[in-house]
Design a protein around this ligand. Structure first.
Ligand SMILES: [Zn+2]
Ligand SMILES: [Zn+2]
Length: 231
């Protein structure tokens, strides 16, 4: 499993690497086998996106040590777009392509009661429910509760923008960066609604037997709690 801690890419950037093309060629060759070996499972949240003759997987593949020259199996982690935002806060790469947006649009929220992996599964379900006329209102209500959790982050850090956190992290030395988990471990990425809708639509395509209304079964307790706290 891949630990979802807000972070940034700190080294070996493609843009100023003359050997990026060779590295990417190796990566592209390795990628299908890595995905297949995981059985098309996100190593952050365990979301599955099977590849079939009819559709490609929605999963991406992350270099865990940030080095795109290191294309060993042990360094390559299949990951969904929502989880891939964590190691690439504020990064304008394809990192959130599967989620349909950019981490630069996202906010960080204090949601310590939900692990990032669980939150991503909830957010995906909210995104799917938002597209169902019968579920949209309650989905929006839950989403609003989660969005309100940016307020304590703003109070503590002066900002809740993922991009601002990325900027601050880029100025840390490597020791402080490695220790950042203490400060940001409870912080979760709350994506814009359109990113969630895209992730939800992807989920319904990956798992056609799922009904948007089935999300209550998985998240009923959390949903009820959130609604009760609003009442
Ligand atoms: Zn994931
Ligand atoms: Zn990555």
């Amino acid at each position: 499993m891949f630990k979802l801690i807000p972070g940034i890419k700190r080294s070996v950037f493609r843009d100023n690497d003359p050997r990026a093309k060779q590295a990417d060629a190796v990566f592209v060759a390795r990628r299908p086998q890595v995905l297949e070996k995981s059985r098309y499972t996100c190593q952050g949240c365990l979301y599955r996106s099977m590849q079939t003759a009819k559709k490609p997987t929605k999963l991406q593949v992350h270099h865990q040590d940030d080095d795109h020259h290191n294309n060993d199996d042990s360094n390559l982690a299949p990951i969904c777009g929502l989880c891939h935002g964590y190691p690439h806060l504020g990064c304008k790469t394809a990192s959130t392509g599967g989620g349909g947006g950019l981490a630069s649009d996202a906010q960080l929220a204090a949601i310590p009661e939900l692990a990032a992996a669980d939150l991503n599964n909830l957010l995906r379900a909210i995104g799917a429910a938002m597209s169902d006329p019968n579920e949209a209102a309650v989905a929006k209500q839950i989403y609003d509760v989660l969005c309100e959790r940016v307020l304590p982050v703003r109070k503590a850090f002066g900002t809740s923008k993922a991009l601002d956190f990325a900027g601050a992290m880029s100025k840390l030395n490597s020791v402080d960066y490695a220790a950042r988990g203490d400060a940001v471990f409870d912080l979760r990425i709350v994506w814009k609604a359109d990113v969630l809708k895209k992730a939800g639509a992807d989920m319904l395509e990956d798992h056609p037997s799922l009904k948007p209304s089935s999300w209550h079964a998985s998240y009923g307790e959390l949903v009820e709690e959130a609604l009760a706290s609003q009442a």
